[in-house]
Write a protein that binds this ligand. Structure first.
Ligand code: RIB
Ligand code: CA
Length: 320
C-alpha cells in the first residue's frame, strides 16, 4: 500500500513511523509535517531523524504548516504538550542530527503531486492538525479527492477530549482547518480518542524492546517510557501511553482492526464552551450519503500485541 504520513512528530508519531516501517505491505512514499506537538521545524527534524534511525534514508520529508489557519504568529506548543512529548518532541531522546534536508517542495505541493501520481492507489494518514490536508484540498480539490483512502487520527465523538472536556488535540490545534475538511465532502476514516484510548502501551512491552540493546529498540523504549509517564487527560490523570497515531496507521493498512464504525457527516462546534467538539452535522442529518466513518471500537488488545511485536522485531533486526 502506498502511504503518506502527515505528522506533527512527537512520540506517538515517531511510533507510527516505526510501525509503518515494520509493515511489509507499507510502501512509505513520504512524510509531510505540521506544527502541533512541537513547532513544524522540530516535527521535520524528528521525522528525518526517525527515518535515519530506521534506515529509511530514501523516504522524503516535506515540511508544511507552521501555524493554524488565520493565525498571524507562528505556533508555539503549550507547556502541557512539551511535558507530554518532551521539549524536543521525542521524550528528550537524543538522536543523531539528520544528514538529510527536507524536500524543497512544501507539504501541500508534495501531497498534491503524489495524489496526482497515485490517485486511488494512495493512502494518506493524518495524525497532526488537518492544516496541510485542508490547504491541499483548497489548492487542488480534484487531486486530493482522487486519493484512495484518508485515515485521520482526530477528534473524540463518543468520549471526552484530551485537551478540553470536548476537544482532541489534533482538532483544537486547527479547528477551522478540521471543520473545513469535515465539511469538504472528502471521505475520511476517523480514528479518534474513541478508539485510540483503548490501545495502551504496557510497561512489559517497552521493557522487551530494551532487551536486544539496539539503537532502535533503546530509542523507542526511552521515548515510550517518557510518554507512558507523562500523557495525561484534561484533569491531569495519567492516560498511560495511548497508541493514537500507530492505530491510525494500522487501520489504514488493516481496516479489519475496526470492529465497530458509524458512518456519519461530521462537523465541529466552534466558539462556544464546546469549541472543537467533533459532532454529527445537524444540517446533513437527512443526506443520503455520508463522508466520515467514525471508528467506535477496535480489536484493541490484538492491535496492542501486534504493535509491540512489530517494534520488537525492528529492535531485534537492528541488533543483528
Ligand atoms: O490527541 C492525540 C494526537 O495529538 C496525536 O496525534 C498526538 O501525536 C497529537 O498530535
Ligand atoms: Ca500526532
Amino acid at each position: 500500500m502506498n502511504l503518506i504520513l502527515d505528522l506533527d512528530t512527537g512520540i506517538d508519531d515517531a511510533l507510527a513511523i516505526s510501525y509503518a516501517a515494520s509493515q511489509d505491505d507499507a510502501n512509505l512514499l513520504g512524510i509531510t509535517t505540521a506544527f502541533g506537538n512541537v513547532r513544524v521545524e522540530t516535527a521535520t527534524r524528528n521525522s528525518l531523524a526517525m527515518l535515519e534511525l530506521l534506515g529509511l534514508t530514501d523516504v522524503p520529508v516535506a515540511q508544511g504548516a507552521d501555524r493554524p489557519w488565520g493565525a498571524e504568529e507562528k505556533y508555539v506548543p503549550s507547556e502541557t504538550l512539551l511535558q507530554v512529548h518532551g521539549r524536543n518532541g521525542i521524550g528528550e531522546v537524543v538522536l543523531p542530527e539528520p544528514q538529510r534536508m527536507p524536500e524543497t517542495t512544501n507539504a501541500v505541493d508534495f501531497l498534491i503531486a503524489k495524489a496526482r501520481e497515485y490517485g486511488k492507489d494512495l493512502t494518506l494518514v493524518t495524525a497532526g492538525p488537518m492544516t496541510n490536508l485542508a490547504d491541499a484540498f483548497k489548492k487542488d480539490p480534484e487531486a486530493i479527492s482522487s486519493i484512495g483512502k484518508i485515515v485521520s487520527m482526530a477528534g473524540a465523538v463518543t468520549v471526552p477530549g484530551n485537551v478540553t472536556r470536548y476537544a482532541e488535540a489534533n482538532i483544537i490545534n486547527d479547528a477551522a482547518a478540521a471543520k473545513y475538511v469535515f465539511e469538504s465532502g472528502l471521505d475520511i476514516t476517523v480514528v479518534g480518542l474513541d478508539v485510540t484510548l483503548r490501545t495502551l502501551l504496557s510497561g512489559d512491552d517497552i521493557n522487551a524492546w530494551k532487551q536486544p540493546n539496539s539503537a532502535i529498540g533503546n530509542a523507542l523504549a526511552q521515548m515510550s517510557d517518557y510518554y507512558y509517564a507523562n500523557e495525561t487527560d484534561p484533569d491531569g490523570n495519567s492516560v498511560g501511553g495511548a497508541l493514537h497515531d500507530p492505530l491510525a496507521a494500522d487501520i489504514a493498512l488493516h481496516p479489519e482492526t475496526i470492529t465497530y464504525q458509524v458512518p456519519m457527516n461530521l462537523t465541529l462546534e466552534v466558539g462556544s464552551e464546546s469549541n472543537g467538539r467533533t459532532i454529527g452535522n445537524l444540517n446533513r442529518l437527512t443526506d443520503e450519503t455520508t463522508t466520515a466513518i467514525v471508528c467506535t471500537n477496535v480489536e484493541a488488545a490484538d492491535f496492542s500485541r501486534r504493535f509491540a511485536a512489530a517494534i520488537l522485531k525492528l529492535a531485534n533486526r537492528d541488533q543483528a
